[in-house]
Write a protein that binds this ligand. Structure first.
Ligand SMILES: [Zn+2]
Length: 404
């Protein structure tokens, strides 16, 4: 063997040795990281103890601050999150950190590099199913939360039944879940959730972000009480942007992590207020990012809704409130808190009244609009009532005939 060959072999040996060492280092770094993740043991009881090692101390402080009476109840709650994309993944993350009892995640998409402009997922998760990738991350953040994942599209008949079953039996005790959150990006999936929730008398909240990435909304839907998705066309934030720039085929929708995080934040805030009974649960909050405008609205269910379960729930709701004495929560505000005699800052306090229900006229709050025109029978109705040709007594007579 020549001298040069010998040298080559020695060099190769050295390189192999170096590679072996590098591999060992990276292996032990990975093991350390995994052990680090596993370090957070399950905690059987939420404590308010103020120590650096308590992941719940800041949440439990909400009780001491007088915001929430009984924060621990969050551990009994089960929430279904449909869609764990740009909004839903942050929603699931927030609920995990807040210590929710159980999260049931539905999605049929995979993580892609094209999602990296949003929060939560990481490049190394590309190709994994979103629900699995989400669970992998979340279980390390808070191992006290129970996770159930479904990598499926709920809009097919078979999967719809599975979805309904999880609403009915998904809770920690095998009963009904506490809330369904819609974080999907298409109308068909929203209507599927709407149908299931009307059938199951399940309260749910809807969220949406516009295709141009600069507006969004959240909506609270209680079957029989507030407008469902079949009652009225969806309410969206009016943007004064040419529709033609949005609706062309093949145009890629824009998205911003900022708008998605704002909408996710509103959705989880409303969720916490509803589940833990504090503050005021919003019926509808819009967000116009261009001028930082947050229009609010409230819509009652439409008695002529196309969804028969919605009409059934409306009847039940009417019966329920007729039987129950609905006691309005009295809000007492100390008068010296709101009137400042010497107002150096010139701040005026404007009394905010409860939002008006404007379903009859189909007019909505400033800055909001219905996605499309309501169905014709609404217009016919108003034409009839405004017609002077029909007198009231003949109408009453006709009504009597109908009721026989
Ligand atoms: Zn309806």
């Amino acid at each position: 063997m020549s001298d040069s060959s010998k040298k080559e072999i020695t060099d190769l040996h050295t390189r192999i040795q170096k590679l072996k060492e590098d591999l060992q280092t990276s292996k032990s770094a990975k093991m350390n990281a995994e052990q680090g993740n596993a370090k957070r043991e399950k905690i059987t009881k939420m404590s308010a103890e103020v120590v650096d090692s308590n992941p719940y101390s800041r949440l439990m402080a909400l009780k001491r601050m007088g915001i929430v009476d009984d924060y621990e109840r969050i551990r009994e709650k089960t929430i279904i999150v449909v869609g764990v994309g740009g909004v839903g993944s942050i929603v699931a993350d927030m609920l995990t950190r807040c210590g929710a009892g159980k999260l049931i995640l539905f999605d049929y998409d995979k993580v892609e590099l094209a999602n990296m402009n949003r929060l939560f997922y990481q490049p190394h998760q590309s190709g994994l199913s979103k629900v699995e990738a989400a669970k992998d991350t979340l279980i390390h953040i808070n191992p006290d939360v129970e996770f159930e994942t479904h990598n499926m599209n709920i809009t097919t008949m078979e999967n719809f039944n599975k979805f309904v079953d999880r609403i009915r039996h998904g809770s920690l005790t095998g009963g009904k879940v506490d809330l369904v959150l819609s974080c999907v990006d298409n109308f068909e999936a929203r209507m599927t959730i709407n149908t299931a929730c009307n059938e199951e008398m399940q309260i749910w909240m809807e969220s949406g972000v516009s295709e141009n990435a600069v507006s969004g909304h959240i909506q609270f839907i209680e079957p029989g009480r507030t407008a469902c998705f079949a009652c009225l066309p969806p309410l969206v934030v009016a943007m004064n942007i040419d529709e033609k720039t949005l609706k062309r085929d093949g145009v890629c929708a824009a998205s911003l992590p900022t708008t998605m995080a704002v909408v996710a934040g509103f959705l989880v805030q409303n969720t916490l207020k509803y589940l833990l009974k504090f503050g005021e649960v919003s019926m509808y909050v819009g967000y116009n990012a261009l001028n930082d405008f947050f229009p609010k609205e409230s819509m009652l269910a439409n008695p002529e809704c196309d969804d028969k379960y919605c009409r059934k729930r409306q009847k039940e709701y009417k019966e329920r409130i007729a039987n129950e004495k609905v006691v309005e929560k009295e809000i007492v505000i100390e008068s010296d808190q709101i009137t400042h005699e010497d107002n150096d800052w010139g701040i005026e306090l404007v009394e905010e009244s409860a939002p008006e229900i404007k379903q009859e006229t189909r007019k909505v709050a400033e800055g909001l609009q219905l996605l499309y025109d309501p169905v014709k029978h609404v217009e016919m109705e108003s034409a009839e009532t405004s017609s002077p040709a029909i007198d009231l007594s003949s109408l009453m007579a006709q009504l009597k005939e109908m009721n026989k």
